[in-house]
Design a protein around this ligand. Structure first.
Ligand code: SAM
Length: 213
């Protein structure tokens, strides 16, 4: 486990256990201590990647821009907006976006977008180009393709932080085989720097850190 956490994320003691935490209003019933709230890696793939010590390249701070794909009701992206700068949160299902809007009320740097991540041209006029990181957790078929289609937003030295859910690609296939296929497709546009199974926190998920080629 590394201690190289982005600015704005700390390991703090909650009920005798060290846990990741960011500063912000609670969003999903997570334990709080003053202005800090715990980041539950069982509920968040990015949280799991950080907990496992993966080198995400995230630095934190007002200047760091993030495009988040598959924001759902804001569990993870709210933590991102707590430590990063402008955070664009794409989600195509209307119901979770209602909760996401609520999470954004106390977060002026969080911008919810009711959009389909497979159609980046529909939000290209809103999202600034050269974002420092794309975080993707869409849990849908074609996860590599979504990452490739959104590569246009990523700075040359930016990072893709991708959670791949094997069962979303093919429930009948061995997860290892699915991960191999996703990696191969991803490598047409990205260089994979690190990958790790998130098994401890999320069954049949692979965490990937990559940079654009
Ligand atoms: N990342 C969330 C978190 O940690 O709080 C959980 C995301 S959930 C596993 C996957 C989400 O991706 C769902 O809310 C789903 O509606 C959304 N999604 C799937 N395909 C999408 C697409 N093409 N465009 C936008 N959102 C999509």
């Amino acid at each position: 486990m590394t201690d190289a956490l982005p600015d704005g994320i700390e390991r703090r003691e909650f009920d005798g256990t060290e846990r990741l935490a960011t500063r912000g209003e609670p969003v999903y019933g997570e334990p709080t201590d003053g202005e800090w709230r715990t980041w539950n890696p069982d509920r968040s793939k990015l949280g799991a990647m950080l907990e496992l010590g993966m080198d995400t390249g995230l630095e934190g701070g007002d200047d760091e821009t993030v495009l988040y794909l598959g924001a759902a009701s804001g569990t993870t992206v709210s933590h991102v907006a707590d430590f990063a700068g402008p955070t664009y949160a794409v989600e195509f299902a209307a119901r979770p976006v209602r909760d996401l809007l609520e999470a954004a009320e106390s977060r002026p740097r969080l911008f919810p977008l009711l959009k389909d991540a497979r159609k980046p041209e529909t939000y290209a006029h809103v999202v600034e180009s050269d974002v420092d990181a794309i975080v993707q957790d869409v849990a849908t078929r074609g996860q590599a393709r979504v990452a490739l289609e959104n590569r246009r937003f990523l700075a040359e030295d930016g990072r893709l932080l991708l959670a791949v859910k094997a069962r979303s690609e093919d429930v009948t296939k061995d997860p290892g085989e699915v991960f191999g296929e996703v990696r191969e497709e991803l490598e047409t546009g990205y260089e994979i720097l690190e990958s790790e199974r998130l098994e401890q926190y999320h069954a049949d998920h692979l965490g990937i850190v990559a940079r654009p080629r």
